[in-house]
Design a protein. Structure first.
Length: 136
């Protein structure tokens, strides 16, 4: 199956959405956490605490060219909160976004891969038996 920017945006949005909902719920339950989101560069910067794995930018650069001002705003969103600006980077992001990431010295810490296959209409799957748990 071929991947295009539109499909990549849908996959990124699936990851992004959970982070957005979490930050919004945290902000409502614990306003002192400072949890918040910022729509930016076609995606979202999410802050849910300095040590939170949810604190990251997702989906950025998939709507086209990203301006220097937008990237500055993305960095400021995190730096002003004392957090590292962690970016979930899609290889299909616009080259302008990739250039900012490269030119500002970001480093790669992990790869996320999505495996997929086509499904046929009416395709059925075997039910899996639950694994037994042994207690010691």
């Amino acid at each position: 199956m071929a991947m295009d920017a539109a499909f990549a945006k849908r996959l990124e949005a699936a990851e992004e959405y959970g982070g957005i909902l979490y930050a919004q719920a945290l902000a409502g339950a614990k306003p002192e956490s400072g949890a918040t989101i910022l729509p930016i560069a076609g995606g979202h910067a999410i802050f849910a605490g300095i040590a939170s794995p949810v604190t990251q930018a997702v989906g950025c650069g998939l709507d086209g060219e990203v301006s220097r001002q937008a990237f500055d705003q993305l960095e400021d969103f995190y730096f002003s909160r004392g957090a590292a600006s962690q970016i979930v980077l899609c290889p299909l992001s616009h080259t302008s976004f990739l250039a900012f990431v490269r030119d500002r010295g970001y480093r790669l810490t992990e790869f996320n891969n999505v495996l997929m296959r086509p499904m046929r209409a009416g395709e059925r799957f075997r039910k899996r038996r639950p694994r037994s748990r042994s207690h010691r």
